[in-house]
Design a protein around this ligand. Structure first.
Ligand code: RUB
Length: 309
């Protein structure tokens, strides 16, 4: 059992599994495996689920989808802790399947809703790689919209290459640019919309996404370009209602350059940044298109169970 959890932890930490939605689903799948690990009784299994969940949560600190997925599953486990081992396993594994299915449905719904925001001849800019954004753009293309997309390469891990490959192989005209080309591009290529994903969305409508996102939002604001965030409600941060700290992951400097190549130079590698709500036009969620001011209400509705803890 420990090996399964260790492997999932490593895969998330080393970004073999990456993207806020995928890491949440991977944690859920791992906990489902723990549900069927050797245990004497429900209480013992509950403890294993709790310790495995804590370990998985610590793999990456920024995307709230990860702790949300784990906390939700542990909440369900706690609710069913009065059941005998067999029933507990059956009930919890079914609920985990339900949770994963819900996320897949949310992804599809966002694509369906977000497709309406894309117009013919749009020039769209995206950053990093978001499954949610990819799905939305592919859906818009399948719905007959004809547009083009610029992808930033997204230093230092180049997730933009994944996006460019995905969209281009779907037939969408796609251009890759360096991250620092954004300001120029908005003017010269007349970008109509920025569409990005999210790792964490706060009660006040601020959001965290890949490093560089907030700079793009600043440019978009200056150029009067719509800044659209496609996000499942799983990325809403319930703790933000209680004033939680915002944690930005700093990754190993060697992802940027081998430190021996620059002796004496400190290298910083922040993986995410915070975009202020004022710079966001709308969020596209599975519940519809909402302005940043409406995030608070969605959060309260969705995470009622969490806030009672
Ligand atoms: C990925 C990233 C993505 C969000 C949303 O960062 O910032 O934009 O996670 O992705 P990393 P999705 O590559 O460091 O994980 O829509 O797939 O959840």
């Amino acid at each position: 059992m420990e090996e399964i959890v260790d492997k999932a932890y490593e895969d998330i930490k080393t970004m073999k599994v990456r993207g806020a939605l995928d890491i949440a689903i991977s944690a859920a799948e791992t906990l489902k495996k723990v549900v069927f690990s050797d245990s004497e009784d429900t209480q013992e299994l509950l403890q294993k689920l709790k310790s495995s969940g804590e370990r998985l949560k610590s793999a990456r600190p920024t995307a709230v989808s990860l702790p949300n997925a784990v906390d939700y599953i542990l909440h369900l486990a706690g609710k069913n802790s009065g059941l005998g081992l067999k029933d507990f396993r059956g009930k919890l594994s079914e609920s985990i399947d339900g949770f994963i299915e819900e996320q897949n449905q949310a992804l599809k719904k966002i694509a369906e809703i977000g497709s309406h925001l894309v117009e013919d001849r749009d020039v769209i800019l995206t950053h990093c790689n978001s499954d949610t954004v990819d799905m939305l753009l592919k859906r818009a293309w399948d719905d007959g919209k004809r547009f083009e997309v610029f992808c930033t390469e997204t230093r230092p891990r180049y997730q933009g290459h994944i996006t460019a490959r995905e969209l281009s192989s779907h037939g969408i005209p796609t251009t890759l640019v360096v991250d620092s080309a954004v300001h120029l591009l908005m003017k010269e290529m007349k970008v109509d919309k920025v569409v990005v994903g999210a790792d964490t969305v706060y009660a006040n409508g601020d959001m965290i996404n890949k490093i560089g996102t907030s700079q793009i939002a600043l440019c978009a604001k200056e150029m009067d370009v719509d800044f659209i965030v496609a996000t499942e409600s799983l990325k809403l941060c319930p703790q933000s209602l209680l004033g939680s700290k915002r944690e930005i992951e700093y990754r190993d400097p060697s992802e940027i350059i081998s430190p021996d190549k620059l002796p004496g130079v400190k290298i910083l590698n922040p993986a995410f940044d915070i975009t202020n709500a004022d710079y966001i036009t709308v969020f596209v969620t599975e519940f519809g298109v909402i302005p940043p001011e409406a995030v608070y209400h969605l959060l309260r509705e969705k995470f009622g169970w969490e806030l009672k803890l």
